[in-house]
Design a protein around this ligand. Structure first.
Ligand SMILES: NC(=O)c1ccc[n+]([C@@H]2O[C@H](COP(=O)([O-])OP(=O)(O)OC[C@H]3O[C@@H](n4cnc5c(N)ncnc54)[C@H](OP(=O)(O)O)[C@@H]3O)[C@@H](O)[C@H]2O)c1
Length: 310
């Protein structure tokens, strides 16, 4: 019941193809031989038909008897048949066809491989950017920001900040706070504020904005002609500061992220420079610290931090 299966004698596909091809070649060669014999008989018949039977005796083409033309044409056709079987088929035979097929298949495989590589590259890029976006989504908006541009200012009542290109008060603890917050950072200022300093402040990178072409400043001070260039010069700093004065604050209010303001609780009617109004629909107070009036400080003041709401 479960006896061995009888094995049929088998012939592999390649051998089968070779046999078929050999048979085809034999048939082709036979046809050439038959064609040759028919041509010889036909040629003799045409000559006899003309010369013995007198068929078309007077018919000539370009000065030649018609049978000569017919035989030459037939010979040309036979030669074409002969060449096609013994030369064309020999050189463009099965091996040539196989070679052509293999080279076409190789080309296709090469193309498929390239497409695969390209697809993989694109997939990797997409995966990377998805991972990047997911990472970005998982961190807070505050972390996402590369830098936090901050205004630092001291302003009295009615936003007074200066007079005759100078400050109107001297509050040492406010100066200390200014120094500690801005220490090691880029400080961006208008030309007039820069000129109100006796000399550049230590351990800070000064960026001075002016419309003048050849403005001269001590070594290390960066001179720029536009606000954009100032921001560009400070782009590597995580917290660059805008330190004044009035003109520069006014231009920077719309794009800074944070305001550190010391509110001096006194009115200065003689002031000639002012800080812009802080719009509480845009800014929210996030920190406050009171400082009382004392023997070192002529006025009381409050350190306030505002952060942009949106
Ligand atoms: N209380 C505080 O916290 C505080 C802080 C800083 C300053 N201040 C006071 O503020 C006063 C100075 O302020 P300010 O408004 O008169 O002057 P400023 O803002 O310091 O400087 C104005 C100058 O900056 C240049 N500038 C402004 N916008 C520019 C732009 N978009 N492109 C190119 N250059 C531009 C121009 O320089 P050029 O004329 O050279 O072209 C302009 O004259 C002083 O009294 C100072 O003491 C107070």
């Amino acid at each position: 019941m479960f006896g061995k299966k009888k094995t049929k004698p088998s012939i592999d596909q390649e051998q089968l193809a070779l046999i078929k091809y050999a048979e085809k070649r034999i048939k082709q060669k036979k046809r050439v031989y038959v064609h040759f014999v028919v041509f010889l008989i036909g040629a003799v018949f045409l000559i006899l038909a003309n010369t013995v039977l007198g068929i078309g005796k007077d018919v000539t083409i370009a000065g030649l008897n018609w049978f000569v033309i017919a035989i030459v044409l037939w010979l040309a056709f036979f030669i074409y048949h002969f060449i096609s079987v013994f030369i064309t088929h020999k050189f463009m035979g099965k091996d040539w066809e196989d070679q052509q097929r293999e080279s076409l298949v190789a080309k296709q495989q090469d193309r498929i491989e390239k497409l695969k590589q390209q697809f993989l590259k694109e997939e990797t890029l997409i995966a990377k950017s998805q991972a990047y976006n997911e990472t970005l989504e998982s961190i807070s908006p505050q972390q996402k920001k590369k830098s936090e541009l901050t205004i630092i200012v001291a302003a009295g009542e009615h936003n007074a900040i200066g007079k005759d290109n100078d400050l109107i008060w001297h509050l040492s603890d406010d100066l200390k706070r200014f120094k500690s917050l801005t220490n090691g950072h880029h400080i961006i200022m208008g030309r007039k504020t820069f000129e109100s300093f006796p000399k550049p402040l230590p351990n800070r990178t000064h960026i001075v904005i002016t419309r003048q072409d050849n403005y001269k400043a001590p070594d290390g001070v960066i001179i720029v002609n536009t606000m954009n260039d100032a921001l560009d010069a400070a782009r590597k700093d995580k917290q660059p500061f805008i330190i004044g004065g009035g003109e520069i604050y006014k231009q920077a209010m719309s794009f800074v992220d944070r305001i550190e303001i010391t509110r001096v609780h006194h009115s200065f009617p003689d002031a000639d420079t002012f800080f812009p109004e802080i719009d509480l629909s845009v800014w929210k107070e996030t920190n406050r610290k009171e400082h009382a009036k004392d023997e070192k400080h002529e006025f009381s003041f409050t350190f306030l931090t505002y952060e942009r709401k949106v």
